[in-house]
Design a protein around this ligand. Structure first.
Ligand code: ADP
Ligand code: MG
Length: 391
């Protein structure tokens, strides 16, 4: 199901107000009853029901009468709320073509008034496959779409916070521009995903650069956990940029060593297969351990810093509590994992198809200026506290 961002053009102030009311209702309702939406939105001239029908028609909402009659946001509805907020903040003014489809995200080009093109990543947790910690699996399955929206928001927040912190420490990552709901805006990386590269001028140098990053991350207290040819971008000068951070963990994580080794192995495997780099110790080399050590860093011999996560991340708006929340619920399947779904830990999201039944699809750059009304009323609605039950 495709839907053009052009629809934004036809959405009124009241439409957005009602859409925001549904979002607020979802903080404590799986399905938000129409009367509650009506009360939260408090449209000056009434007409909530008509607006709901319009939002439904554009697939921004899903009508659910399985338990009781009500509405919930689709991912598309959530996309529009995030996009509108960012446009109102002046972060960008148009959305262009889709440049990436990850397992758990859609990536689009966006442009600001100056014509600067950036990347917009919309997180879509629960769309295809991710591993939920087994004990939480039922929780996720029975808890509604809100969980997916919540986790997608946390994933975006985490990604933004890590990108910012890493950038400040001189790691080659995109510039973190802004974040709202499940949406992260970052600089557009020139270059290609490493997986598409068939030849390198200096494979040894590139290998060392990449392994060097894994080591330096660990020295800063971090492990990427999905470090592979899909999450490394490379340009014509063989400069490297690392992307995709929602699954990063601290070196104090209980499985830290395993994650670290897996990241290293992925790189070694890719280089030996694709560029025929040999990592085997010479047969006549009596000290073969030393040989493989020089290629393959050991987790135990890295001097790791502590405190990085706490200090830097809370400064970027991602709290320790949120970090724990997201770690509790998800363990991402690596991008290069060919697992086709028979894993027992894989969460089933079939019943949440509706969440993704409508995707943002922008074929050409479209201008939002005329579309998105600066709407102070909605801002008020958004900041009016966490309790949304209106008595
Ligand atoms: P996922 O978490 O779904 O794997 P990624 O962050 O890895 O998402 O992005 C998926 C793809 O989108 C990448 O492989 C890359 O091709 C493209 N992409 C992501 N971020 C950028 C960026 N900042 N600049 C250019 N392309 C990007
Ligand atoms: Mg990725």
């Amino acid at each position: 199901m495709k839907l053009d961002v052009n629809v934004l053009r036809y959405l009124s102030k009241d439409d957005f107000r009602v859409l925001t009311a549904v979002e607020m209702g979802m903080r404590n309702h799986e399905i938000v009853p129409a009367e509650l939406i009506d009360r939260i939105a408090s449209l000056r001239h009434g007409g909530t029901y008509k607006v709901l029908r319009n939002l439904l028609k554009h697939k921004l909402l899903h009508h659910d009468s399985s338990k009781y009659d009500g509405f919930r946001l689709t991912y598309l509805g959530y996309d529009f709320l995030a996009i509108k907020t960012m446009v109102n903040r002046g972060v960008f003014s148009s959305v262009g073509r889709q440049i990436g489809v990850g397992k758990e995200s859609d990536i689009f080009e966006v442009a600001n008034e100056d014509g600067t093109i950036m990347a917009m990543k919309l997180h879509r947790l629960g769309r295809t496959s991710f591993r939920a910690v087994k004990s939480k699996r039922d929780y996720l399955r029975h808890r509604s779409s809100f969980s997916w929206l919540y986790l997608s928001r946390l994933a975006a927040l985490k990604e933004f916070a890590f990108m910012k912190a890493l950038q400040e420490h001189g790691f080659p990552v995109p510039d973190a521009v802004d974040c709202n709901r499940h949406c992260v805006i970052m600089s557009l990386i020139q270059g290609y995903p490493f997986v598409q590269v068939k030849q390198l001028q200096n494979p040894d140098t590139v290998f060392e650069k990449i392994i060097g990053i894994v080591v330096r991350l660990a020295e800063h207290g971090l492990i990427h956990c999905d470090f592979n040819e899909f999450n490394i971008m490379i340009d014509d000068d063989e400069n490297i940029t690392i992307i995709d951070f929602p699954q990063m963990v601290s070196v104090s994580h209980r499985n830290a060593e395993m994650y670290f080794d897996r990241d290293v192995e992925c790189i070694i495997k890719f280089f030996s297969k694709r560029f025929n780099l040999s990592f085997e110790a010479d047969a006549d080399d009596s000290d073969s351990d030393a040989e493989s050590d020089s290629v393959k860093p050991r987790f135990s011999s890295i001097k790791k810093a502590s405190g990085f996560l706490d200090k830097e991340l809370s400064a970027s708006g991602f709290s320790r509590k949120e970090q724990e929340d997201i770690e509790k619920f998800i363990e991402k399947i690596p991008d290069n994992d060919d697992d086709d779904g028979d894993d027992d830990n894989e969460s089933e999201v079939e019943d949440d198809k509706d969440l993704d039944s409508s995707k943002l699809n922008a074929s050409d750059i479209q201008n939002f200026d005329s579309v998105l009304i600066k709407d102070d009323d909605n801002e008020q609605l958004e900041t009016s506290g966490t309790s949304v039950i209106v008595d």
